[in-house]
Write a protein that binds this ligand. Structure first.
Ligand code: NAD
Length: 492
């Protein structure tokens, strides 16, 4: 039984507007984009593909607001951030329903992960900013050096569709606490909770122009942000090929860049692991949000001695996942987030045979009854028998397709783990914590979890190596990214 608030039904065919200078306003552009509910395949809204006039308007508004906002104390800005957090928290259920509707993710996940984490992002950076040393002195016999950090000015935050509000706010909160004003662009595929965030900012009295939200395609609206000479930094999360384009474009105006990109994350499963704990967590790590989390494990590397047992046990667990309407609370596995992405994932499944692999679980698209009969659903899929160099083991699929490979020795496991161009995250499963540490040190990835997955302390550096990222987010790293240092030297 689905219980939806009237407000969610009211979303039908709403036009998502830009949020500029504290107001939701119409775009100057006449180019419109449809917004789909992926679980039903139906259009429920539209947005405009913002043009250069819209972006200039947002930049003017952010520049004007910068004078006031950067002049506030960190504490005064923290009060605003905490008010935004409370504003989202007050409407948590509504936000969660809309996030689920926009992306096809199970509502249980948006209620327990996406929206609570978005609230926490504001609360965390409010507190972290207040505790951060923005100024310090280094003195010696000849000079006094006063070092201080100041905001950059107007900055842009560009985020993807998989964890829409979670990743949007993860960038916005540190940018704001440090005194910058922001132009943020959500994914054109899942823009609705960003639109609601604008409403919350209005409700809680965030000064106009401090946060501006623009909508549109990456290749138009996103590119305009990246090229704009008044924008001082770009914090981007998305695909590696987009990151490459952004890096090329941004270099022309010497912008600061933080790039969080794709992954092909290994899970190394040793014979001596806590088997039941590992099995539960590998299921979550592989198929949460239908495998559409950049940190999901997509390559399972299993010690040869337990390979067959793991294969059988894991296949069974995977086949028991409840696929269904994302808006039903019992659903464990929802839809793929867009038709384009559905086609991409299917194309990789179609490749399995010619790549020499075998599907051992799932592998088919799913036709549900009723409301979701035209939705974009794919079974959680396991593949084995592929060579490490196959496309399925090398390329980011970013969906519910996970490969299994076996290894004999620790060094073989490490070689397999490092055998891609990506280096975002990894997990290691063993009761021998010395081995866990030893192996982790040799893995080229920015985040390594031993006997756990997605356990986050927001103070820790977050980001990838190789083609997965440039720079780190979280804690002090985010504060440093959004500020510029100055040394004032006075002789003694
Ligand atoms: P994407 O790169 O297509 O889009 C991400 C954002 O960038 C969107 O807002 C899009 O409109 C914008 N964009 C696209 N082209 C642009 C351009 N030329 N200039 C400026 N902006 C542009 O990615 P996606 O499909 O939305 O998201 C999936 C990808 O995101 C996957 O590769 C996934 O691994 C990655 N991701 C990484 C992390 C991380 O923390 N490393 C987290 C989540 C997702």
């Amino acid at each position: 039984m689905i219980t939806l608030k009237t407000s969610v039904f009211d979303l039908k065919m709403e036009l998502i507007q830009n949020f500029i200078n504290g107001q939701h306003i119409s775009s100057d552009s006449s180019e419109s984009l449809d917004i789909y509910e992926p679980a039903t395949g139906e259009i429920y809204g539209q947005l405009r593909d913002s043009n250069a006039n819209d972006i200039d308007h947002a930049v003017r508004s952010a520049k004007t607001a910068f004078a006031l906002w950067s002049d506030l104390t960190v504490h005064e800005r923290a009060v605003h951030l905490n008010n935004i957090a409370k504003g989202i928290e007050k409407r948590l259920d509504e936000f969660a329903e809309i996030e689920s509707r926009d992306t096809g993710k199970p509502i249980a996940l948006s209620r327990s992960l996406d929206i609570p984490r978005s609230v926490l992002n504001f609360k965390f950076f409010a507190e972290h900013g207040e505790n951060f040393e923005f100024n310090y002195d280094l003195n010696n016999e000849t000079s006094q050096n006063h070092i201080n950090r100041s905001p950059l000015g107007v900055v842009a935050c560009i985020s993807p569709w998989n964890l829409p509000l979670y990743l949007f706010t993860w960038k916005i909160a540190p940018a704001l606490i440090t005194g910058n004003t922001v132009i943020a662009k959500p994914s054109e595929l899942a823009p609705y909770t960003a639109y609601m965030l604008g409403k919350v900012c209005q409700e809680v009295g965030l000064p106009p122009g401090v946060l501006n939200i623009v909508n549109g395609m990456g290749s138009t609206c996103g590119e305009l942000l990246v090229k704009h000479k008044e924008i001082k930094a770009i914090s981007f999360t998305g695909g590696t090929s987009t990151g490459k384009l952004i890096s090329q474009s941004a270099s022309k105006t010497f912008k600061k860049l933080s790039l969080e990109m794709g992954g092909k994350n290994p899970a190394i499963i040793f014979e001596d692991c806590n088997y039941e704990l590992m099995l539960e967590n590998i299921l979550r790590a592989s198929f949460s949000n239908q495998g559409q989390i950049c940190l999901c494990s997509s390559r399972l590397l299993i010690e040869r001695t337990i390979y067959e047992k793991f294969k059988n046990d894991f296949s069974l667990k995977v086949s028991e996942l409840l696929i269904g309407d994302p808006l039903k609370t019992e659903t464990q596995f929802g839809s793929i987030s867009s038709k384009g992405h559905f086609d991409k994932v299917v194309s990789y499944i179609d490749m399995v045979k010619e790549e020499g692999g075998k599907i051992i679980a799932g592998g088919k698209s799913v036709k549900l009854e009723g409301r979701c009969s035209n939705g974009w659903f794919i079974e959680p899929t396991l593949v084995d028998g592929l060579s490490p160099s196959s496309r399925l083991n090398q390329e980011e699929i970013f969906g519910p397709v996970v490969t299994l490979q076996s290894f004999e020795t620790e060094s073989e496991a490490i070689d397999l783990a490092n055998n891609t161009d990506y280096g975002l995250s990894a997990t290691v499963w063993t009761k021998d914590l010395e081995k866990g540490q030893r192996v982790s040190k040799k893995i080229d990835a920015g985040v390594i979890w031993v006997n756990c997955w997605l356990l986050r302390d927001l103070r820790t550096p977050f980001g990838g190596m190789k083609n997965s990222g440039l720079g780190r987010e979280g804690g002090d790293d985010a504060i440093k990214f959004f500020t510029e240092q100055k040394n004032i030297c006075i002789p003694v």
